[in-house]
Design a protein. Structure first.
Length: 108
């Protein structure tokens, strides 16, 4: 019998109503605040608040930031290209959702 102690995973359910601070976003994505500021400049993320140190982000921004980070690190995509890819992924997801909503009507 294995007496190994397994780590406990904790998480927070993120939805469109929750927000995260700049520090929380940086910690979750393992990046520096300057990188997040570049995402804001590129239009990938839209902070809530005017002052840099007081920025908050919709929690769903975490997924966008992580996707950009993976595109840059794993595929060597530049920031402008990663921003475009994120937009296209979200557009495809929206179109798939619309298609699923009308698809039952097409079968009749």
């Amino acid at each position: 019998m294995n007496n190994e102690i397994l780590p406990i995973l904790e998480g927070i359910l993120l939805d469109e109503e929750n927000t995260v601070t700049l520090a929380e976003l940086c910690r979750a994505c393992s990046v520096h605040a300057e990188w997040v500021a570049e995402l804001v400049d590129e239009g990938v993320l839209e902070p809530l608040g005017v002052e840099y140190g007081q920025w908050r982000f919709p929690a769903v921004s975490m997924q966008r930031a992580m996707t950009v980070r993976h595109l840059q690190q794993d595929l060597g995509v530049n920031l402008a290209g990663a921003a475009l890819v994120v937009e296209l992924i979200e557009e495809i997801d929206t179109l798939r959702t619309r298609l699923q909503a009308i698809e039952p009507n097409l079968r009749d």
